[in-house]
Write a new protein. Structure first.
Ligand code: HEC
Length: 158
């Protein structure tokens, strides 16, 4: 009888050990799921929550397009950005057409002004760099006014 009780105890221990392992495997799986980065496409669904990291904090775009700024932005874009960005299609970097349907204005300006820190720390920019196979967005040393003009130009690209 004593021996039987002994066996039962071992059995109970074994069962609980196995159960424990199973739970462990589940929680590792859960953790992995939480840690796996979301794709850019997934993050774009909540793009409003990404303001980016850098000198620009959230700002409201005026409703009216400022044509003077658009013209300045176009000149800057053609001089400093078209080596990697085409407005009609994906090139070395993404096309900026309709960018404000998937990014906030402040995120776009921070990406232009502070790409190194953005691609290291901002979740969306980090994932974008991965999806562009590690080819980084270049810092072209624009001033805030120049970046703002480029943003105004982007508003007109559909
Ligand atoms: C040497 C190539 C290169 C140059 C020059 C360059 N970019 Fe980029 N840019 C990239 C790449 C590659 C990405 C995507 C990968 C990443 O973000 O690291 C990108 C991403 C971006 C993004 C984010 C796009 C999106 O869909 O989220 C913006 C905005 C941008 N660039 C604007 C500009 C502007 C404005 C200029 C000119 C002042 C410029 N870039 C010059 C390579 C470049």
């Amino acid at each position: 009888m004593k021996r039987f009780a002994y066996l039962l105890t071992i059995l109970a221990l074994l069962v609980s050990a196995c159960g424990g392992d199973k739970n462990n495997a589940e929680s590792v799986k859960e953790k992995y799921k939480k840690k796996a980065p979301k794709s850019v496409a997934e993050m774009e669904k909540d793009y409003q929550k990404y303001e980016g990291i850098g000198p620009i904090s959230s700002f409201e775009m005026p409703a009216e397009i400022d044509q003077g700024l658009v013209d300045q932005g176009k000149v800057i874009f053609e001089a400093k950005c078209t080596a990697c960005h085409k407005i009609t299609k994906k090139f070395i970097g993404p096309s900026p057409a309709n960018i404000l349907d998937r990014r906030t204005p402040s995120w776009v300006m921070n990406m232009i002004l502070n790409p190194d820190e953005m691609t290291q720390k901002d979740p969306l920019a980090k994932q974008l760099l991965i999806e562009y196979n590690g080819s980084p967005m270049a810092n072209q040393n624009l001033t805030e006014d120049e970046a703002r003009a480029v943003l105004e130009y982007f508003r007109t690209l559909k």
